[in-house]
Design a protein around this ligand. Structure first.
Ligand code: ADP
Length: 242
């Protein structure tokens, strides 16, 4: 009998019943109120919702930067719910790439050197030149951040995040500080990484137009996923405008 591989993609990350409460003196903020989420391997998910709805809190927990107040989290077959600080550090270092709204590049290092900082400590990294070519910066290797546009700096940050070949790429408002034309170039870089390396990607935005690039859109409101939709086909970032 021929065994055919199941067409159902494996689950990369699974969260169930996540809550997060911030307490500051008498003030109590329920940032997450019970989030269930599964990301399939290779999936591009967009988390869309207004400011303050809990998106960053969720992303930080998914990436092991923060712990939930309650709920469970597992990555592949590893339960991270009660992971120690050391285990979370290893999870982040080996499996997760982060891209934030601000690029946090080191000004005194070139694009190549900013990426090499990560590849020097990774196990089977992409060469920095290859990571930078993937985001369209193969010709800018020796430029310093101040010699690059905002969008180019963000693409260096993406190259840095993906050079260690993470299983997960978590992007928090990666185009938030950019004009639309530049933002589209950044989305193209993220989309290409997802397509060519198969990196499971979750991207936060409050810009509904960006949802078009996703396989699946999770709508966030008031600490919960209030709706979910699957796009029949993904729109290429170059076709977006806002
Ligand atoms: P979003 O990413 O959708 O803008 P956040 O996850 O940043 O939402 O925030 C959700 C809620 O949690 C907001 O009310 C925010 O003020 C609050 N919050 C986020 N981080 C903290 C923190 N470190 N301490 C206290 N409150 C926080």
């Amino acid at each position: 009998m021929q065994v055919t591989e199941s067409s159902t993609p494996k689950t990369a990350l699974k969260a169930a019943g996540l809550t997060k409460v911030y307490e500051m003196g008498d003030v109590r903020v329920e940032a997450l109120r019970g989030v269930d989420l599964e990301l399939a391997e290779g999936e591009m998910a967009v988390l869309l919702g207004p400011s303050g709805s809990g998106k960053s809190t969720l992303l930080n927990i998914l990436g092991g930067l923060d712990l939930p107040t309650a709920g469970t989290l597992s990555f592949q077959d590893h339960d991270l719910t009660d992971a120690s600080e050391g285990e979370l550090t290893r999870y982040r270092r080996e499996h997760v790439g982060f891209v934030f709204q601000f690029y946090n590049l080191i000004p005194s290092l070139t694009a190549r050197e900013n990426v090499a900082l990560v590849t020097e400590i990774a196990r089977e990294p992409l060469p920095p030149e290859e990571a930078l070519s993937l985001v369209g910066l193969g010709e800018r290797l020796n430029h310093f951040p101040a010699q690059l546009s905002g969008g180019e700096q963000q693409r260096v940050a993406i190259a840095r995040a993906i050079a260690k070949r993470p299983d997960l790429l978590l992007c928090d408002e990666p185009t938030g500080a950019l004009d639309s034309a530049t933002g589209i170039l950044v989305l193209e870089a993220i989309e290409r990484v997802n397509r060519e390396l198969g990196t499971t990607t979750a991207l936060i935005t409050h810009n509904a137009v960006i949802a078009g690039i996703a396989d699946r859109v999770l709508l966030f409101g008031d600490g919960r996923i209030v709706d979910e939709k699957r796009n029949e086909s993904r729109v290429s970032p170059g076709e977006l405008s806002w």
